[in-house]
Design a protein around this ligand. Structure first.
Ligand SMILES: [Zn+2]
Length: 257
């Protein structure tokens, strides 16, 4: 077996062994940063953004009459720039803010593109506490894992969210359900659309690299499940998922206790 073939075989084995996606699933890691984003209108003001680079991650933006909010920033500033360009073609409303549903690079790496446009960046309080240290460490790890990883500049944060943060007169709620997938995981409830954006917590399949306390994850998922929504925009995998995502996640975390 040639070196490349054995490398591929190795990565397939590792991947099949540690997370629930089968080999035939298109969600294999891609060591590239040049794949275009897939942006789709979902419902009401909600648009989904699929970033297939590295390991597939989804994010969201919301367009209202007077303002646009972004929830997560893709992996890299250059993909985030493409996202901002696309949003500019859809509306003349002001870009009011970027809320990062966690400090992790797969959701936060592109944040500098927003800072460059003067868009305020907010994150959960636990993430803000050791933001720089975690950011640098994650960049080191990702540049060792992926040849095409460009180290991402550390964005300046405008503020930190504690338990809950309301936008658009309460029509959009950013909620910290307690530590779950991470100690800073936020979810976003779009009341009018009755949709939830789950970030990394309500994401199936969940990102396999995280060291998650399954009991805490289940507790946070239970809190989120009580919110009033019909569908979920998952932080990974298929973008729009039914409430069945909670059953799958309960099973997953029960098996990983
Ligand atoms: Zn994630």
């Amino acid at each position: 077996m040639g070196r490349l073939a054995s490398l591929i075989a190795f990565s397939l084995t590792v991947f099949a062994g540690c997370h629930p996606v089968s080999r035939r699933d298109p969600l294999v890691p891609a060591d590239r940063a040049d794949l275009p984003l897939r942006i789709k209108h979902v419902s009401g003001g909600i648009y989904s953004v699929e970033d297939g680079n590295f390991w597939k991650t989804n994010s969201v933006f919301w367009i209202g009459e007077n303002g646009v909010y972004f929830f997560d920033a893709t992996y890299q500033p250059r993909s985030a720039e493409a996202l901002l360009w696309k949003a500019m073609t859809l509306t003349h409303a002001e870009f009011r803010g970027l809320i990062l549903t966690s400090r992790h690079q797969h959701h936060a790496g592109g944040a500098q593109a927003f800072v460059d446009e003067g868009i305020p960046v907010l994150i959960q309080r636990n993430a803000a506490a050791r933001f720089e240290e975690d950011w640098i460490q994650a960049n080191q790890w990702l540049s060792q894992s992926f040849l095409h990883w460009d180290r991402t500049p550390l964005p300046k944060l405008r503020g930190a969210i504690d338990k809950e943060f309301e936008l658009e007169k309460g029509n959009i709620k950013v909620i910290f359900p307690g530590e779950g997938w991470s100690d800073d995981n936020l979810v976003v409830l779009f009341k009018e659309e009755r949709m939830l954006y789950g970030g990394s917590l309500v994401a199936y399949p969940p990102l396999f690299t995280a060291k998650v306390d399954a009991i805490k994850a289940l507790r946070a998922l239970n809190a989120v499940e009580k919110l009033p929504f019909d569908k979920v925009i998952s932080g990974h995998g298929t973008v729009v998922q039914s409430r069945d995502i909670f059953r799958k996640l309960h099973e997953y975390y029960r098996d990983h206790k």
